[in-house]
Write a protein that binds this ligand. Structure first.
Ligand SMILES: [Mg+2]
Length: 404
């Protein structure tokens, strides 16, 4: 079936939010990120890019490259608020919406051309977002996700681009192969070494050659280079969540035991968020007393996937919830309001040390199993969660009610 896929991306999102709050920042070079000695750049305005600054770079280096830049410590709360504002506008207006990250969206506009014209519709949508939020946003429109995303990136900043059906290959051909969304730095290096620097070079390769060098990935890269991508829009659900719960063999009021279970569950779920490249914006804690009465409390928070935010929030909710001093039969934790990427949003106040710690812990978990490294505080909890990625299209985890 012929499709019409829209990709929208807010331009230098964190920087744009800061400029809305303080117009003196307009047209000046801005760096947003951790401001400490070991902070990392999360977003850099276009004015800084000519100095060789890019996101992910140590803040110290960025400051050296662009000394006149205004450096701002990021605020996850502000960005979450604006991200949700844009999501609401889109949700009301498009039939099927995917929130790919805090500042990036896909919508399926198939069939709309007959009645309205998808390009006109998308342009008006962009105008509405700019008027209602003040944020600059760009879009790409084509027959699939890959071509639309590349089109958005070519349109930036603050513009739009449509690739007509049948012109996908022609549009992609002159571009660097690095612009194909799944080609990372390492793959790009390997492609360059083979003389495949442009999309056109890959287009002319036999698919078998790509497969023999890059395996299955080679086939996907080859197809995307031809402008072929059948991946569907994965609809965004505010209530999509991951959760974990534990029923005790014997009902308990042992605070140490209860807290240990809860923080182990929160730690495990936070790891699963990061493994799936997701962040969440709501924490819920549930308790069931021995009389089977069940209570829960929830807390909205800025998008995060960080243990040092999620574990204390879980504890705080439990403290507020547990007021009957009765025997407890079950405790549970749920993270909801999930969306993709931007895990660094939770690290503005911290140094790259914290980021490195998480990365190191997650690497060990990926290799040897999720319970190979853990906080000392959660070591008492034996059987929380499993080592799998809950974002592979599987339904949310429902843990068997294990006994200790
Ligand atoms: Mg963006």
């Amino acid at each position: 079936m012929e499709r019409t896929i829209l990709h929208m991306d807010l331009d230098t999102f964190f920087v744009s939010c800061e400029r809305l709050l303080d117009s003196r920042l307009n047209n000046r070079p801005i760096l947003v990120g951790g401001t400490g000695d070991r902070g990392v750049v999360s977003a850099a305005s276009y004015e800084t890019r000519t100095f060789g600054v890019h996101s992910g770079m140590p803040m110290k280096m960025a400051r050296m490259l662009c000394p006149e830049a205004v450096v701002i410590r990021g605020n996850a709360g502000t960005y979450t608020q604006y991200s949700k504002m844009v999501t609401e506008i889109l949700k009301e207006r498009v039939p099927v919406l995917e929130k790919a990250s805090v500042d990036e969206f896909y919508a399926d506009l198939s069939g709309m051309d007959k009645f309205f014209g998808a390009y006109k519709f998308a342009s008006e949508l962009r105008t509405t977002i700019r008027h209602e939020t003040g944020l600059p946003i760009s879009f790409g429109l084509s027959v699939n996700k890959t071509v639309s995303k590349v089109a958005t990136n070519e349109a930036k900043p603050n513009n739009r681009l449509k690739v007509d059906k049948g012109y996908e290959k022609l549009f992609l051909a002159p571009l660097s192969i690095k612009k194909i969304p799944m080609v990372g730095d390492k793959t790009f290096q390997r492609l360059c070494n083979l003389g495949l620097k442009r999309v056109a070079n890959v287009q002319q390769m036999p698919i078998e050659a790509m497969e023999s060098v890059f395996g299955k990935n080679g086939i996907v890269i080859w197809k995307r280079a031809q402008g072929v991508d059948n991946s569907p829009i994965v609809e965004y659900h505010e209530r999509k969540s991951i959760s974990s719960e534990r029923t005790y063999g014997r009902d308990t009021t042992d605070m140490q035991k209860l807290k240990t279970s809860l923080s182990a569950m929160a730690e495990q779920l936070a790891y699963q968020l990061r493994a799936g490249n997701k962040v969440c914006s709501c924490v819920t804690v549930k308790i069931r007393y021995s009389d089977f009465n069940t209570y829960s409390k929830q807390l909205r928070i800025p998008y995060t996937a960080a243990d040092h935010i999620l574990i204390p929030k879980t504890m705080e909710l439990f403290q507020r919830l547990y007021d009957r001093r009765m025997l407890i039969r079950l405790v549970g934790v749920r993270f909801s309001g999930l969306t993709g990427g931007h895990y660094q949003m939770s690290l503005f106040e911290d140094t790259s040390k914290t980021a490195n710690l998480y990365q190191a812990m997650d690497r060990v978990r990926n290799r040897f199993g999720s319970r190979m490294v853990m906080r000392a505080a959660t070591m008492g909890a034996k059987t929380i969660g499993g080592n799998f990625n809950p974002f592979n299209g599987e339904p949310p985890i429902v843990l068997a009610h294990r006994t200790q």
